[in-house]
Design a protein around this ligand. Structure first.
Ligand SMILES: [Zn+2]
Length: 87
């Protein structure tokens, strides 16, 4: 049972869960059935992890005004540029 680690991976563009290949963990790939976006499962997890961390940071720290530490996320329209997100 992995209740804590049970996140739902979603395509960043479509917001639907990708189809995960049934190969070994190392070679596993995730493919969005809607737009066809495909990445290695590890890359998808990393991206989704970044997305989650970003949301957590944004929620806990309400953007402290630090002049020297400005790191603007690439807000280019689609979900702040994340290819894969998690819910
Ligand atoms: Zn998609």
């Amino acid at each position: 049972m992995s209740n804590r680690h049970d996140v739902r991976l979603l395509c960043g563009a479509c917001g639907i869960p990708p189809e995960v290949g049934s190969e070994t963990l190392r070679d596993r790939t995730a493919t969005c059935p809607s737009c066809g976006r495909s990445d290695s499962y590890g890359a998808v997890l990393r991206e989704a992890g970044r997305y989650l961390a970003d949301r957590i940071v944004c929620a806990e720290i309400a953007r402290p005004p630090r002049a020297g530490d400005v790191r603007l996320p690439p807000t280019s329209g689609d979900e702040a540029g994340f290819r894969w997100v998690a819910a």
